[in-house]
Ligand binder design. Structure first.
Ligand code: CMP
Length: 334
């Protein structure tokens, strides 16, 4: 374990909050207190400098796993299936094995909310995480001058994990947008002992890459990058493996971690991808057309990938950049 990581890690949101007050104070004295958006951008830039790491306490939790007696809330088979389905749609639970999924499903509790009801209020203590079963919810954050809308949550997405991951106050507020919302609620203990471990491992695994991946430099909110690690996986291929065939639609956006990938058109190699962060499979996912090229492992390689189903919650925000990049990367060969 990198000790620096542990030192930087705990309570990053509290650090964020402290920073926020300093920035807000400065800006209210400033003559150019014209524009809230500028302030938010400044705060976000500062926040970006913080590292998303994990606390030493989190690791202490793992030792308790052996004696853990999971909460169990009886539910119908149909309800259990629905929860599993929702868990598969999002990516918070993507690293769990079958046994762990069963434990989490057993511990989930159904909660029904109505329009305009607050599920979470920024600054309050939080002990549960939510998975959206039906309905829509809006997320707002107050940076010091009133609530700013951040995003809408849809079925399959989850929220409220930060307070559990970092033992911090709720970092944003979430309220029901639709007439009604059905949510599945997961308690802190089950989250800590079953979900957190996998989530932390994944976040650590991809943290440095995501912080430095050029493609994401337009994504200003560090929270969005943090979430992206949940949607990233890795996979190895052997020399000669066809990773993606022309004429097909890709199920993943592949990203080079190490090794070389040949790009073929009509069985002719036209170029190679080999730099960390170069990606492919985007053509069919971003434009919904078929792939023009075939991609073959030139040697034993390691790739990362983002599944197609996670595209809208991870990279859609930068869709126009992705479109431009497709033109730049492939335009001359199309
Ligand atoms: P938590 O802090 O526990 O409660 C509020 C939730 O809002 C938070 O977890 C995240 O799940 C969610 N959220 C969405 N966007 C953001 C954001 N930009 N910053 C912080 N939290 C966010």
């Amino acid at each position: 374990m990198n000790p620096q990581k542990i030192r930087n890690g705990p309570n990053f949101l509290q650090q964020v909050n402290k920073k926020k007050h300093v920035d807000c104070a400065l800006s209210s004295n400033s003559q150019s207190s014209d524009d809230e958006v500028d302030e938010i951008v400044a705060i976000k830039k500062d926040v970006q400098k913080q590292r998303f790491s994990v606390s030493a306490e989190a690791y202490g939790q793992f030792n308790k796993k052996e004696n853990f007696k999971a909460k169990y809330i009886p539910k119908s088979k149909e309800q259990s299936e629905r929860i599993k389905q929702r868990m598969q749609e999002g990516f918070m639970f993507s690293a769990l094995n079958d046994k762990e999924i069963e434990i989490v499903v057993g511990a989930m509790e159904e909660k029904i909310f109505h329009k305009a009801e607050y599920i979470i209020k920024q600054g309050e203590e939080g002990n549960v995480l939510y998975v959206v079963d039906s309905g829509e919810l809006d997320c707002f954050k107050n940076y010091g001058k009133g609530d700013i809308f951040l995003k809408t949550y849809y079925p399959g997405e989850s929220f409220g994990e930060l307070a559990l991951l970092f033992q911090s106050p709720r970092a944003a507020s979430i309220k029901v947008k639709s007439d009604k919302a059905i949510l599945w609620q997961l308690d802190r203990e089950t989250f800590n002992l079953i979900v957190k471990e996998a989530s932390i491992k994944k976040r650590q695994q991809f943290e440095t890459f995501l912080e430095n991946w050029d493609l994401l430099k337009e994504i200003k909110d560090p929270y969005d990058k943090l979430k992206m690690s949940d949607a990233l996986f890795d996979k190895q291929f052997k020399k000669g493996d066809i990773i993606l065939q022309s004429g097909s639609k890709s199920n993943e956006i592949f990203i080079i971690e190490s090794g070389r990938v040949s790009v073929l058109k009509n069985n002719q190699k036209i170029f190679e991808l080999c730099k960390l962060g170069e990606y492919f499979g985007d053509q069919s996912i971003v434009t919904n057309q078929i792939e023009t090229f075939t991609y073959v492992a030139e040697e034993d390689i390691k790739l990362m990938y983002i599944p197609k189903k996670s595209y809208s919650s991870t990279l859609k925000e930068i869709q126009s950049t992705l479109m431009n990049n497709i033109q730049i990367k492939y335009g001359k060969y199309l």
